[in-house]
Design a protein around this ligand. Sequence first.
Ligand code: BES
Ligand code: MN
Ligand code: ZN
Length: 492
Amino acid sequence: MTLSFSMTQASPETAATPCAVVGVFTDGRLTSAAERIDAATSGAIQRLIGNGDVNGKLGSSWLLHTLTGIAAERVLLVGLGEQAKFDAAAFNRALDEAGRALSNLPVVSAICWLTEIEVVGRDASWLTRTAALAIDHQAYRYTATFKPKEKSAKAELASIAFVGEGADQALQQATAIARGVRPAREVGNLPPNICNPAYIATQARALAAEHAGVECEVLEREDMEKLGMGSLLGVARGSANAPKLIVLRWNGGGNAKPYALVGKGITFDSGGLSLKPGAGMEEMKFDMCGAAGMLGTFLAAVELALPLNLVCIAAAVENMPDGNAYRPSDVLTSMSGQTIEVLNTDAEGRLILCDALTYAQKFEPQVIIDAATLTGACVVALGKYASGLMSEDEDLAAQLLDAGSRTLDRAWRLPLWADYQSSLDSAFADVANLGGKYAGAITAACFLSRFTSGYRWAHLDIAGSAWNEGRKGLATGRPVPLLTQYLIDRCA
Ligand code: BES
Ligand code: MN
Ligand code: ZN
């Protein structure tokens, strides 16, 4: 369940809330709500700053109990850093910290005054929506595969009110995006012995059953054989878990051509016969985050009842070594008719995506966007903060970059020049599934481009952004915010 959000006009001294959230900068300057609480409590906050207990550092927060003179049970003072450097990223960081602290407190609700702060170039709607999403992100807990705990008595954060006016639409959008991000994170986090292709298909069917106007169709192996999807089916051959091509449709836009969202859903990427090294292989349960992100984006768009048409295609396949597995040097025939020489069975994402991209064209889309944890090279190039964006369509690329910067779910463009294409030359097939030593993220996108010619198409490589690194790293739900924003913008 996502948090429930609302707007309020409450005053900081008199609001009877379990927790009032206000801010302090490093020079000791208080936000106006913090100042009013300070005045009502005879300078309790300024005393703590004077003593050095509170320093306003960005990323820190201080919980103040038992203040007399105000109605709130607690005050959460959130560090905002240097006022001169306070920008959108700092605001987001401060709200992350507020959300982290709130989620660990025994409170069911809180009122947040941080949306009253000025951030250059961002309006109240942006502040409210960003705040809501940051706090919801921190409130998410992964519990699915722990031994069930006795129901704890601790109250859990369920709702949060933001101070301000006229941001109701922003909260509606935040709610929809959060409802898309949550399941994207959850299926990303689930282990591959639970979250296999059939599981993702079941989730997609449930989504359709719960939302009027959504249609779901799941193509089985035999259906894909009839369509000639030899590339996707080649990857699937090594796994005991049958592949599923999941298709969801939403028709909110009359006769308009649809936007097609295509996601890589490798539920586990062992590398196949080109087996990955053991260290870090467990992270490859996240290799379905492209599919999860597209399903989450689709859900957010449906929750907003966006007046456009959408087709969401999740290619759900497991990549395993086996006596029946596909091999390096195999030549596969894709649905497009192009033949593919397999040089490495670990470059499997592009092999399932190419058939999914060809299938998407059946719906005569006006735009095709794919999201995939496609290459380690993208992580080397951009790290964890930016998704890689590749497109030959200038307008589409600009719109996606813009949607990313406004949601702070940012992408960075890499070139997709024709120069890179020759690295995919093969002596035995129309194209090889492996490029040369360099520019691995780009050559992977070049491969996909061979299956989208004539269409407005963009590719998001989310290999770095889809989950946080380390043993306790969780799925992030990216690029749901970016893509939902892109779709919202198309309706303006
Ligand atoms: N799913 C991986 C890409 C990946 C690796 C994502 C590490 C996140 C972290 C993909 O299927 C893969 O294995 N790519 C290979 C391609 C290579 C064989 C051309 C890679 O990046 O090493
Ligand atoms: Mn791989
Ligand atoms: Zn992969």
